[in-house]
Design a protein around this ligand. Structure first.
Ligand code: ADP
Ligand code: MG
Length: 305
């Protein structure tokens, strides 16, 4: 079983892009995959994959109400939408999911009134366990917001593992430090331990010495593993509004060799994560990431030392 959240401190760093391409890569490797959309923004995985018909229907059950036990007999399994073209399942975002915080408070006060215990942040984790989704799926990925909030904490508690995309800038670099801090916070609040499985430098401008320096510093540090990096690829924007994963964009005739190479990178990262979770024994060489040559070319001997 492999499960992880994709958090960063900031918005627009490529979390949803990374989540969808990884979900597709795991599915292509033959695994049963569930992608859970916990984004608060409209520009969420559900939107990238092509909207879901009932997502605006007020009467339709949504993830937030189900996990808070608020007036819905539905299960998460009932609201899963199979993505036929991609080969994975999606727990979509419903408009009412933007009321997450108020549902959470309501569930908390109901529990207090009834004298029941209300453990913080674990409602999603518990519902996933009740429905035995961990045995039904090989891989569960939680796509979350950029900001620290209750929904993010639910995802962290359910996954206890993260893959962190970040933009290679001074700001991006400081947000890597911020992630560890927020993980430390949730570890002590919930008494769990969190793993950082990989960092993913994203939107790297290989022609910028400054960006290459920052990327090299992170790759060379022993603190985190960086199996892949993704360049600044305008084509990824074709995934928007129903375009789906990069593999889907290519299958629909909107991609070429460059896009194949980018999609191959996500396969490498997926294989690395699968191997770490004992889902696969495919060899992945993370000692010399495939993009490192490129970074060194711009930096010469300056960084290699
Ligand atoms: N490597 C990349 N190169 C160029 N554009 C990218 C890249 N990764 C993501 N994007 C674009 O950046 C925007 C934000 O990406 P998204 O995945 O929605 O970020 P987040 O989920 O962190 O808010 C989208 O328009 C997406 O297409
Ligand atoms: Mg997003």
């Amino acid at each position: 079983m492999l499960t992880y959240s994709i958090p960063t401190e900031a918005g627009g760093t490529g979390k949803t892009t990374t989540a969808i391409n990884l979900a597709r890569a795991h599915a292509d490797a033959g695994h049963d995959v569930l992608l859970v959309d916990l984004d608060s923004q409209n520009v969420s995985a559900t939107w990238f994959l092509g909207d879901v018909e009932w997502a605006k229907d007020q009467q339709h059950p949504c993830l937030s109400k189900i996990i808070m036990g608020l007036g819905s007999d539905a299960s998460l399994t009932d609201i899963v939408v199979a993505q036929e073209e991609e080969g994975f399942d999606l727990l979509p975002r419903h408009v009412n999911d933007s009321n997450f915080e108020s549902y959470y408070r309501k569930a908390e006060s109901m529990a207090q009134m009834e004298g029941r215990e209300f453990e913080p942040c674990v409602q999603l984790r518990d519902q996933i366990a009740r429905e035995r989704l961990h045995t039904e799926y090989d891989v569960i990925i939680y796509d979350v917001d950029g900001s620290a909030n209750l929904k993010l904490n639910q995802a962290l508690a359910a996954s206890q593992n993260v893959v962190v995309p970040f933009t290679v800038s001074e700001k991006g670099q400081s947000s890597v430090g911020g992630i560890r801090e927020s993980l430390n916070g949730i570890e002590s609040d919930l008494g769990i331990s969190m793993t950082v499985s990989a960092l993913v430098p994203n939107m790297v401008d290989y022609s910028s010495v400054q960006e290459c320096k920052i990327a090299a510093r992170i790759i060379d540090s022993d603190e985190y593993t960086t199996p892949i990096a993704i360049g600044d690829r305008a084509t990824l924007e074709k995934m928007a509004n129903g375009g789906g994963s990069l593999r889907s964009v290519i299958a629909d005739g909107h991609g070429g060799e460059k896009h194949e190479r980018t999609a191959d990178r996500y396969d490498i990262l997926a294989a690395y994560l699968e191997r770490k979770a004992n889902l696969s024994d495919r060899e992945v060489d993370t000692e010399t990431p495939p993009y490192y040559d490129r970074i060194q070319k711009y930096l010469g001997s300056e960084v290699v030392a």
